[in-house]
Design a protein around this ligand. Sequence first.
Ligand code: NAP
Ligand code: F7E
Length: 351
Amino acid sequence: MSETRIALLTGITGQDGSYLTRLLLEKGYIVHGIMRRASTFNTDRLDEIYTDPHESGARLLLHYGDLTDATGLRRILQKTRPQEIYNLGAQSHVRVSFEQPEYTADTVATGTLRLLEAVRDYCDLTGNQVRFYQAGSSEMFGASPPPQNEKTPFYPRSPYAVSKTAAHWYAVNYREAYGLFVSNGILFNHESPLRGETFVTRKITRAIGRIVNGLQKKLYLGNLDARRDWGFAGDYVEAMWLMLQQDEPDDYVVATGEAHSVREFLEAAFGHVNLDWKDFVEHDPRYLRPTEVDFLLGDASKAREKLGWKPRVGFRELVRMMVEADLELAERERVLAEAGHRIAFRGAATR
Ligand code: NAP
Ligand code: F7E
């Protein structure tokens, strides 16, 4: 008889949190998620799968917490008693990390340490086994030349990347020092219609939807020469889950093995609606980074061989999926605008 497995996620309200929750629910898990308290609802990405916890059989349960609050994390761990923890919570924006370096380090690096400490004590006190996934990033490779794999040296280029590198080594150290089952995923950029609107792919597809619907005229961007290995978030959360189903913990690069520049993304995305991006895109130096990561291209051979993982969605399909979703969203906004509602353009908060 197999017992119902219990997972605990930090960052459940983010892009990956939403896709991973869907995957775990499909697999029959009970999913506990840690969300931050905010003055407005921040659970939009979970709305489709959330059921009222008063109803019997609800398997998605949310708890207020924060990676900067160790006591709260410990309480949630004791209360939820998970077998698997996915640490996805982070101040995840690279440009913003230059503006908020201390907060980024506190959440991303020390936040991971707080959670690992809580897990270490929980395992000691209860004798329970917990498997831990750490959401590492290709940003840790930074200036190391491509292709990057698990043996490539880290050369982080932002406070975010430095913090993720610290978190990576905390995770390795807790695995070696205390025998905890901790695996690091080193994930290259992964996108989707649920991607945050301030990351470049979504910023572009969101703008296309609004331009086509007459709600926006220009799109302001920074460096168009940077190259990234962009995959689909839905594929990448499967790799996270697979990492925690192995006999031994380990570290894995997850990537498509194909890179494109921001300019190429623009060409593909505007091309999908038969527009020329050059008619709409303007340069704004405020979106440049003090130190840039020029070229990320992952070699995921190890994940393919050991986890049996490979991406299903390619670059063109990803672009199509995101543009189509944002055309639909903007169409709904246009209808509201025509009915007299004010549709806010959040350009001021865009990075
Ligand atoms: P995301 O959409 O930005 O989501 C981040 C999540 O972390 C959100 O749920 C956010 O809550 C939460 N969070 C932020 N600060 C927190 C704090 N102090 N305490 C607790 N939770 C906090 O990021 P994502 O794209 O899903 O990425 C998931 C993880 O993978 C992140 O750790 C990211 O750094 C890492 N990663 C992402 C990529 C990628 O390409 N997407 C690649 C490699 C690694 P709110 O909703 O309240 O803001
Ligand atoms: O930038 C350039 C920018 O912010 C991609 C995070 O999920 O992936 C993400 O980090 C590139 C950079 O993602 C704009 O300079 C040009 O070269 O979409 P991004 P990122 O920095 O690669 C990694 C793997 C993570 O771990 C992170 O959490 O696009 N770019 N113009 C721009 N970028 C933004 N955001 N806005 C622009 O206007």
